[in-house]
Design a protein around this ligand. Structure first.
Ligand SMILES: [Zn+2]
Length: 391
């Protein structure tokens, strides 16, 4: 397969077709998955669907070429973030082309990559491939990489697993070999309601919540001050952040409930559960005795909503060397946002992140991908597929 700068004419059309499916994570992605399965079957490629327990969402895997040897997995998520309350100048689910850019929800994150992969299928002669190309499409990445976790569990059972993987998240086609992990946590403080004139008869859930959040800040400041950072990341340290809080009814009522959501974005090699345990111990040793002295039913619930492993840089891997050659860059980068790449590395598949479009365009109104990014992605994919066949 000769590398060229030509973008298959099908790519923009495929992007348009994929964007038309409203695959915001709260919705089913089945219509899109079935569209892809039909498309692949048109080229004699069989897909396997891995449904979630509701039956309304599915991952898709397909192998093109031999199945007795591992090959390159091209992976991406099919869900997109919502457009609610965003001020779009065009219909987010209908691609608009302007000045060499395609506008629409998911064009950048990350239906552009999926379309670029699908558009190459007609060029590939499966009978001549020495090493296979695997497709791995997932659901619910944006809400916690749940489809990626299901795919990783599925791949673990394959006799021959993919040998390596490219996750096509938007990196402006830079090669990324490290990212932070992310643990998302919901916290619910159960206090005791009462008249605010008699504060020692109640347990103020909002104030307890504030103490826990303050403790998270103490840990955060220590992590920063310890300087155990990694300069490849920005910021260079593990971060802790509270993003949402809710509690109380009125100034003169002791609030019974306080709920808040926080996250820990950990550097590779720093275990976020150790940090979480530290906060749990503080709650158990310092806050609960005080709360339960008033009423034994008081409690603090901590629920891990999702846990995405970091991607640890593997310098000098064959995949990385190839990818750097193909993109004409000297060094790989690290990113601070989490992707599904860490999940595949965790099951022994060397993985990098490299895809068209900028993360700066993702999740925003008027999200777009530039056609020249799609073209660079197409070239990269053609070359890396050809290169793995020469190995
Ligand atoms: Zn994404």
């Amino acid at each position: 397969m000769a590398a060229s700068l030509r973008t298959p004419t099908g790519t923009p059309n495929l992007i348009k077709q994929l964007v038309r499916f409203d695959t915001v994570s709260r919705n089913s992605n089945l219509a899109l998955i079935e569209f892809v399965a039909d498309y692949l079957s048109g080229y004699g490629i069989q897909s396997e669907l891995i449904k979630d327990k509701t039956g309304t969402k599915a991952d898709l895997t397909a192998t093109i070429g031999p199945s007795d040897i591992g090959g390159l997995m091209l992976a991406g998520h099919t869900d997109v973030v919502p457009v609610d309350d965003q001020d779009w100048s065009t219909d987010p689910f209908k691609v608009t082309e302007q000045d060499g850019c395609l506008y629409g929800r998911g064009t950048c994150d990350m239906k552009g990559f999926i379309a670029a992969v699908l558009a190459l299928i007609p060029e590939i002669d499966a009978s001549r491939l020495r090493r296979p190309i695997h497709l791995g499409l997932t659901y619910d990445e944006e809400t916690g990489c749940f489809g990626g976790q299901a795919l990783a569990r599925h791949l673990k059972n394959w006799d021959v697993r993919p040998q390596w993987c490219v996750v096509g998240e938007p990196t402006s086609m830079a090669v990324v070999n490290g990212h932070k992990g992310k643990i998302s946590v919901d916290c619910h403080v159960h206090g005791v309601e009462g008249h605010s004139a008699y504060i020692d008869k109640g347990v103020n859930a909002v104030e307890i919540g504030a103490e826990i959040i303050s403790r998270l800040r103490v840990v955060q400041k220590r992590l920063k001050a310890e300087g155990l950072g990694n300069d490849k990341f920005d910021p260079s340290f593990t971060t802790i952040h509270t993003g949402k809080i809710q509690g109380g009814i009125a100034r003169n009522i002791i609030p019974r409930d306080c709920r808040f959501e926080f996250e820990i974005r950990n550097l590779p090699g720093q275990d976020p559960s150790v940090l979480l345990d530290e906060v749990r111990s503080y709650i158990a040793d310092t806050l609960l005795p005080e709360m339960q002295a008033v009423d034994p039913s008081c409690d603090v619930d901590i629920q891990i909503q999702s846990n995405i492993p970091a991607l640890a840089p593997e310098d000098g891997s064959r995949l990385l060397t190839l990818a750097l050659q193909m993109t004409g860059t000297n060094a790989a980068q690290c990113i601070s946002f989490a992707t599904e790449a860490g999940l595949y590395q965790e099951i022994g598949i060397p993985t990098i992140v490299c895809g068209p479009g900028s993360i700066a365009q993702a999740h925003r109104p008027d999200e777009f991908v530039a056609l020249n990014q799609i073209m660079r992605c197409t070239t990269f994919l053609r070359e890396i597929i050809a290169a793995q066949d020469r190995l």
